[in-house]
Unconditional design. Structure first.
Length: 199
């Protein structure tokens, strides 16, 4: 029996990592937790590159790097786990590329989607949580800045708008969660939605 593929999306500092980790912990041994980019030796190398604030990376190269890391993660971790009946919980997936590189970087959502459909062999999440948070509020949350966060509110606002349009276009897959509340409240909502999806 195929497992369930659940992803978390949202702007930087919206709580994706926290919520993905908490959900995987809540699910226990049924869950496999991954993050993007990362989760494989190749993905970890790519993560270092794309997060490095001292590097200048062209939008097209950035998109290709993310797609390469994603292809490896799907082939070596996500698909095998799903085939084993696990719930795969991912901190970001292809929708991040559609929002950041496709729209915010101006490469085109359709073009970036085609690239990533090739990279993932057409794999899509079963359920995607969009953690909704005002970019100005997110910017006030503590944390180390990376190359994307260094670009400030204009990028995050563009990405937030892109996510809203992606969620509107596929309401069967996306669930919006108010991320301006406590981590406990957000987690409770996530667990309620997931329990309904698995029923």
């Amino acid at each position: 029996m195929r497992g369930l593929f659940v992803t978390f999306e949202g702007i930087d500092r919206s709580g994706k990592t926290t919520q993905a980790t908490r959900l995987a912990d809540w699910l226990g041994e049924d869950a496999v937790l991954v993050r993007e980019p990362g989760g494989t030796p190749l993905g970890s190398r790519v993560r270092e590159l794309v997060k490095d604030s001292t590097l200048e990376v062209s939008p097209r190269a950035e998109a290709l790097l993310f797609a390469a890391a994603r292809a490896e993660l799907v082939a070596t971790v996500i698909r095998p786990a799903l085939e084993d009946g696990k719930v795969v919980v991912s901190d970001r997936f292809l929708d991040s590329s559609l929002a950041y590189q496709g729209e915010a970087r101006g490469l085109g959502v359709d073009e970036v989607e085609r690239m990533n459909r090739f990279a993932t062999e057409g794999l899509l999440p079963d359920l995607t949580f969009l953690l909704v948070l005002d970019p100005a509020v997110a910017a006030e949350r503590a944390g180390m800045l990376d190359r994307f966060e260094d670009e400030g509110l204009p990028l995050q606002r563009s990405v937030a708008g892109a996510y809203e349009r992606l969620a509107d276009a596929d309401p069967g897959r996306w669930r919006r969660i108010d991320a301006g509340r406590s981590a406990d409240e957000v987690h409770a909502d996530v667990c309620t939605v997931l329990a309904g999806a698995r029923a």
